[in-house]
Design a protein around this ligand. Structure first.
Ligand code: OAD
Length: 231
């Protein structure tokens, strides 16, 4: 029974209408990373940061999973061994598309985090500055997003599964942000076959055994069909 690890990035949600980060008109062309995706940015101007994620949460709520999200759920349901999806995305399109074995390594828009006691709770509507934590009462709620300079979630579990992976695929990610960009090297060390599925080769594209280029809604279902056929 083979173990398959799939890393996803913003490109898998692009055809659901959620903008990517590094496209010419993407999020990082419209906002400074330091302002909206760092603990320092939140300390300096919490309203700007909370509003940014309120906007992204509202956008994600309107989006629907596409054929690529659904194909990964189909793979998890039909494959004999483990299929783990590790996403850098903070939208919930993988879970709404039917994936269960899923890690949100960069956090989730539908979750709030207490800056004092680290309690987490679900949020589906706008957050506000000074929102109270339901556990400890501190007015210290923040979006449950991993900002630059913070540690991504569940790294021990991710590296444990990568260490016994037979297949590793990276879908729709530009390979600019570590530790995720280093997963291909770790999977290669474990002896996994690696494939990059993207619109164009990523910054770490040369490290993969194979590449499939094109829009995720077309390439991912075809790749899943092929994996399920070959076992
Ligand atoms: P990027 O915006 O850096 O890259 C998106 C990738 O998706 C690019 O390689 C595109 O070529 C590709 N792409 C675009 N449309 C696609 C489509 N229809 N089908 C397939 N591929 C497509 O986004 P990420 O790599 O996810 O972190 O960014 C990684 C992290 O950087 C994010 O999680 C975020 C950001 O700063 C934090 O905020 C901590």
């Amino acid at each position: 029974m083979s173990t398959i690890v799939i890393l996803t990035g913003a490109g898998i949600s692009a055809e659901s209408g959620i903008e990517t980060f590094r496209a010419e008109t993407g999020l990082w062309a419209q906002h400074r990373v330091e302002d909206v995706a760092t603990p320092e940015g939140f300390a300096k101007d919490p309203k700007r940061v909370v509003d940014f994620y309120n906007g992204r949460r509202a956008q994600a709520a309107k989006a629907v999973p596409n054929a690529a999200h659904e194909a990964l759920a189909r793979l998890e349901a039909a494959h004999d061994g483990e299929v783990l999806v590790v996403t850098q995305n903070v939208d919930d399109l993988h879970e709404r598309g039917g994936s269960h074995n899923l890690i949100h390594m960069h956090g989730a828009l539908n979750s709030a985090l207490c800056g004092v006691c680290e309690h987490r709770w679900p949020v589906t509507s706008d957050m506000h500055v000074g929102q109270e934590c339901p556990a400890c009462g501190a007015p210290a709620a923040r979006p449950d997003i991993v900002w630059f300079g913070e540690m991504p979630h569940q790294m021990d579990r991710i590296f444990d599964v990568l260490g016994r992976a037979d297949f590793f695929a990276a879908i729709g990610t530009s390979g600019n942000v570590y530790p995720a960009a280093g997963f291909v090297a770790e999977a290669t060390r474990a002896g996994a076959h690696t494939v990059e599925i993207n619109m164009a080769p990523s910054a770490v594209g040369s490290e993969f055994d194979a590449a499939i280029m094109g829009p995720a809604t077309q390439t991912v279902p075809a790749w899943v069909d092929q994996i399920l056929k070959n076992g």
